[in-house]
Structures are given as structure tokens and as C-alpha cells.
Design a protein. Structure first.
Length: 197
């Protein structure tokens, strides 16, 4: 009888250990997959999926407290700054200038976004100037804009959109190049040059 109950106990304990190991393994593998899905391999920063995931909690807290939440969008246009090594160096410099509570992410290409939870307009401007001072290179400054929102309409999409609107206004307006080519106009069988018309 004692041997049988000991055997049952050992089997149940063994199953419990296997279940705990399976859970730990799933958690470890799951964390690895989540890390791969949420980070940009070139910069080792969060990507847009990671930004969305982390922003949800920050946005809820800001709305609940009616606290400001700011965002900063950077666009790098210069081709020399778009290689992977330069992007990684810039990402590291960017991370060194931010607060521990800020969330930096590479959206795509040369676009970066920083979520500044709890930062009002003044704090966002200060952060933007600090970042600008660190990442300006060879006279090629990225376009940087920040926006601050509060209240129920606060989402990561509205914050990024507010920054994008400011970036659009900062871009130089490129006028289409129109080249006028002299041509001949035929009138009544006679050829007339445009200057004679």
C-alpha cells in the first residue's frame, strides 16, 4: 500500500515538474519570438510592433490621469545616414539622450519615433533639441518634430499623425522643373517662330 501511494505521488510530482518545465520553455521561446517580432535588427531598437505594444499601456495611463503624452518623429533623408552602421550608431546616440521612461522605435527606413510619456510641450521641445544636438551630422540634420496630446482621443496613431503633419510642413517644397523647349508653330502653311506670334 505504501509503495503504491509512493508510486502515485512520484508520478504526479513528475507530471507537475514536466508541466512546469514546459511552461518555462514556452515562456522562454515565446519571449525570444516576441523579441524578434518587436525589434529592428539593424538598430536593435523597438520596431513599430514593439512601439504599439508598449504605447498601449502608456496611452491608457495618460488618458486615465489626463496627463500629457508627447511624441517625437525624426526623418532622415540623407543617403549617407541610411546605411545600417550609421543607423545603429544614431540609435545608440538617441537612446543615450532619452529618459528611462521614453520609448524609441525605428518605424521604417530613416523614420524614428520616440514616445515621451508624461512630457508636456516644453519637455518635448527640450528633448527634441537634446536629440537634435546629438544626431546632427555633417550639416545633414534630420527633420524632427514633436507633438503633445491629452485626453480621450490619445492613441499612438494620433500622436504619430500629429508629428507627421508638422514634418510635412517642414519639408522643402520642391517645385516641378518645367523646361520650355522652343518649337515651331504652323499657321496657314507658313512656319512661324513663337517669338513672332
Amino acid at each position: 500500500m505504501i509503495a503504491r501511494s509512493t508510486l502515485i505521488f512520484e508520478v504526479v510530482a513528475g507530471l507537475a515538474v514536466v508541466a512546469l518545465l514546459a511552461r518555462a520553455l514556452r515562456a522562454r521561446l515565446g519571449a525570444g519570438w516576441v523579441t524578434l517580432e518587436m525589434t529592428d535588427p539593424a538598430t536593435r531598437m523597438f520596431n513599430q510592433h514593439g512601439l504599439r505594444f508598449l504605447a498601449m499601456g502608456e496611452m491608457r495611463r495618460s488618458v486615465k490621469r489626463n496627463a500629457p503624452c508627447s511624441g517625437m518623429l525624426m526623418e532622415i533623408d540623407h543617403q549617407a545616414l541610411l546605411d545600417e552602421e550609421a543607423m545603429y550608431t544614431m540609435a545608440q546616440a538617441l537612446n543615450r539622450t532619452l529618459r528611462a521612461s521614453d520609448v524609441a522605435a525605428r518605424l521604417e527606413g530613416g523614420r524614428f519615433f520616440v514616445l515621451l510619456p508624461g512630457a508636456d510641450e516644453f519637455a518635448a521641445e527640450v528633448a527634441m533639441e537634446r536629440v537634435r544636438g546629438v544626431i546632427d551630422r555633417d550639416g545633414e540634420s534630420p527633420l524632427i518634430a514633436c507633438a503633445t496630446l491629452r485626453g480621450d482621443g490619445l492613441t499612438i496613431d494620433t500622436l504619430v499623425s500629429a508629428c507627421e503633419q508638422k514634418i510635412r510642413r517642414m519639408r522643402p517644397v520642391r517645385q516641378p522643373q518645367i523646361e520650355l523647349v522652343p518649337h515651331q508653330v504652323e499657321m496657314g502653311g507658313a512656319q512661324v517662330q513663337p517669338s513672332n506670334v
